[in-house]
Design a protein around this ligand. Structure first.
Ligand SMILES: [Zn+2]
Length: 227
């Protein structure tokens, strides 16, 4: 229903080449869709994204859906959902990530999707957290639970008002914290973000969840760029 509604409010032309879309095309025409630079890392053990985490934090699986090329049409799509309010593009790309996960063999019956949180001020300005929109696209396709109530980003206000409720900082950068009694024990958490570069953000998120008993963590980014 959400995609039907979004269809009403957004233009029916390809976000990449501007061509009119046919009824069964969405966001991109088929030609541009097939030009998206897929990594297929979700089918490759020991892929470059997995290697980012070796010796840093234990992850079950790690991947990114696409290569992030500068000036590529994927970069244009990312720019549109990050800065031009195009939440529908993030939702569309999240659903493509969901399709990849369905063929990955990563998903278990206890997989929860957890988006990397944004700074509250930035989320307020943008109106949404793009990682959470990607995650909701993944959740729609896979049927895995979307959890936005376990991982949080520290802000100045948080440290002032919720000091007693914040768990012990366990990550190097001390940016994220989790509320640990949220029924994640023994589950498999899939951390989701838009652009993955060094893996430091995902590592900090994983570390902040590290105290949860028997928790397994996997990492999935929309796009990967090596520095
Ligand atoms: Zn096109």
């Amino acid at each position: 229903m959400l995609s039907a509604l979004l269809h009403l409010f957004y233009p029916h032309s390809c976000e990449s080449c501007g061509r009119d879309l046919s009824r069964n095309e969405e966001i991109l025409c088929l030609r541009c869709y097939h030009r998206l630079p897929v990594t297929r890392y979700h089918l490759v053990p020991n892929n470059p994204v997995e290697k980012l985490f070796w010796g840093r934090v234990p992850v079950q699986h790690a991947s990114a859906a696409y290569y992030f090329g500068k000036h590529s049409h994927l970069q244009h799509l990312i720019h549109s959902f990050k800065y031009l309010g195009r939440k529908d593009i993030a939702f569309f790309l999240g659903r493509q990530m969901g399709n990849m996960l369905m063929e990955s063999g990563w998903l278990t019956d206890a997989t929860s999707i957890v988006p990397v949180p944004l700074f509250k001020s930035r989320e307020k300005k943008r109106g949404y957290n793009q990682a959470a929109v990607l995650a909701s696209g993944i959740s729609e396709v896979t049927g895995c639970r979307l959890r936005q109530d376990v991982l949080f980003r520290k802000t100045f206000t948080d440290t002032q008002t919720h000091k007693g409720r914040i768990d012990r900082w366990q990550n190097v950068s001390e940016v994220f914290y989790s509320r640990k009694n949220e029924g994640l024990e023994g589950e498999h958490v899939l951390l989701v973000d838009d652009v993955l570069t060094t893996g430091a953000t995902m590592e900090a998120c994983a570390n902040s969840l590290a105290g949860i008993k028997d928790l397994k963590i996997s990492v999935f980014g929309l796009a990967y760029t090596s520095v």
